[in-house]
Design a protein around this ligand. Structure first.
Ligand SMILES: Cc1cc2nc3c(=O)[nH]c(=O)nc-3n(C[C@H](O)[C@H](O)[C@H](O)COP(=O)(O)OP(=O)(O)OC[C@H]3O[C@@H](n4cnc5c(N)ncnc54)[C@H](O)[C@@H]3O)c2cc1C
Length: 409
């Protein structure tokens, strides 16, 4: 293997390129990116960067000199348009055709669009640096704090709500169709515990409401119409209703696409020499006995490195290693640091093992079928993080409760 193409110039793609070099690959690595920016970090886009506290250089994933040392051929600002696994080539938007011996697909995900949303000034989504700059400019530009409506109470929408409230003093309403924020993962009680953190800080989180449409006055957004006919006035609207994997360019390639790129346990796509990593990967995670697609920073980073290692190993005739992980996500909302480990469900048994919802500091465990499935911590990092080891060891529910009791004692 002399020539590797990495498509996607963000976290998973960068980690793949870095690990190829770490493991001794001396050939050509071409990194293709749809965005024109050098690789940058997304988590600050809804936190300190959106708040205006951090600037561009603070969100660079690597300093320019470190990128230089990797000796990468960067093709930024020109997306991959198609993949031909027979001729082993990727065609870019500018017509260039890149041939590869090995390919890593790391094109991540994009915001799910709100159906029938009009193109009005003040309407935003939040996935890219340009999105964050545009939202930040809109929040900053007002003499008096604006009114922000966030559609969707997912982690990113809630973070942006907290930032708009704290950094810009906006009046903020978050709209959620389900019974509580994050209800699928956290369940209603603890989803509402997160909503309470927002209520404490003057953000209104309204659950169980349907958005009927967006209203505008001329060219700018003026409000969000709800299913019951009422109108919530808004100067700025952020749509945060989840993401869709960026697999459009792979249509017709023969790869299996199903809400992501379907991979085997080693992150191989089913085609020799073609691996995938990051938010768009759907793979069987043996630790949890289920196929999953994870949209978390740590998993994208780990998968980038693992896909590179497996590509290199198989090119040398060595076996590939199955990729397993305990999914981990953190989120900062006001003063709460939320940390979530594992793969729980709103239907799991839930037990608060430290702190309390009233104190806005707690650790909760999620269990099902006699097994520990997940752990949620709010502002108790030292208590929640050790549960990662238990999840990796596939601890039973009783073992997890005993561990929690021992630590509490
Ligand atoms: C605002 C925000 C806040 C977040 N906060 C947290 C957090 O607090 N904690 C946490 O764990 N996770 C967080 N995440 C999630 C985390 O950032 C992602 O899991 C991670 O970025 C995924 O990395 P990736 O490389 O797989 O995909 P992405 O970061 O989506 O990168 C994919 C790249 O591929 C490019 N691309 C797409 N299509 C093409 C194409 N056809 N050709 C070439 N390039 C293409 C895209 O432009 C993009 O640059 C946050 C995400 C966002 C958006």
């Amino acid at each position: 293997m002399e020539n590797v193409v990495v498509v996607g110039s963000s976290l998973a793609g960068l980690r793949a390129a870095e690990n190829l070099r770490t493991l001794g690959f001396g050939g050509v690595i071409t990194v293709v990116g749809a965005e024109r920016h050098l690789p940058y970090d997304r988590p600050p886009l809804s936190k300190k960067f959106l708040a205006g506290e951090w600037q561009l250089e603070q969100i660079a994933l690597r300093k320019p000199e470190m990128l230089g040392e990797l000796n990468l051929t960067l093709r930024l600002g020109s997306p991959a348009m198609s993949l031909d696994t027979v001729t082993r080539s990727v065609t870019l938007g500018d017509g260039e055709v890149l041939h590869y011996d090995g390919l890593i697909i790391a094109t991540g995900a994009s915001c799910r669009p709100l159906p029938n949303a009009p193109a009005l000034a003040g309407m935003h989504e939040l996935r890219t640096l340009d999105d964050s700059l545009s939202l930040r400019a809109d929040l900053e530009s007002r003499n008096t704090p604006g009114r922000l409506v966030v559609i969707g109470a997912g982690f990113i929408g809630l973070e942006a709500a907290a930032t708009a409230r704290r950094a810009y003093g906006c009046e903020v309403t978050v709209l959620e169709g389900l019974a509580a924020p994050l209800v699928r993962a956290l369940g209603p009680e603890l989803g509402n515990a997160i909503a309470a953190v927002h209520a404490d800080n003057g953000v209104e989180v309204r659950c169980g409401v349907q958005v009927a449409g967006i209203e505008g006055n001329g060219t700018s957004v003026s409000g969000v119409r709800l299913g019951d006919g009422s109108l919530i006035t808004a100067d700025v609207v952020l749509v945060g209703i989840g993401v869709v994997p960026n697999t459009g360019w792979l249509e017709g390639s023969g790869l299996e696409l199903r809400d992501g790129v379907v991979c085997d346990a080693t992150l191989n796509t089913g085609v020799a020499g073609v691996y995938a990593a990051g938010d768009l990967v759907r793979w069987p995670n043996a630790l949890f006995g289920e196929e999953m697609r994870v949209e978390h920073w740590t998993t994208a980073s780990e998968q980038g490195a693992a896909a590179a290692a497996n590509l290199l190993a198989t090119s040398r005739g060595e076996p590939a290693t199955p990729f397993t992980t305990v999914p981990f996500f953190w989120s900062d909302q006001f003063d709460a640091r939320i940390q979530y480990l594992g793969r729980g469900s709103g239907d799991d048994e839930v037990r608060i093992v430290a702190g309390s919802v009233d104190e806005r500091r707690f650790v909760a465990l999620y269990g099902s079928k006699g097994k520990l499935r997940a752990a949620l911590g709010v502002s108790m990092p030292k208590v929640v993080m050790p549960f990662r080891k238990l999840l990796a060891e596939q601890a039973s529910w009783d073992e997890a409760l005993a561990f929690a009791a021992e630590r509490a004692g």
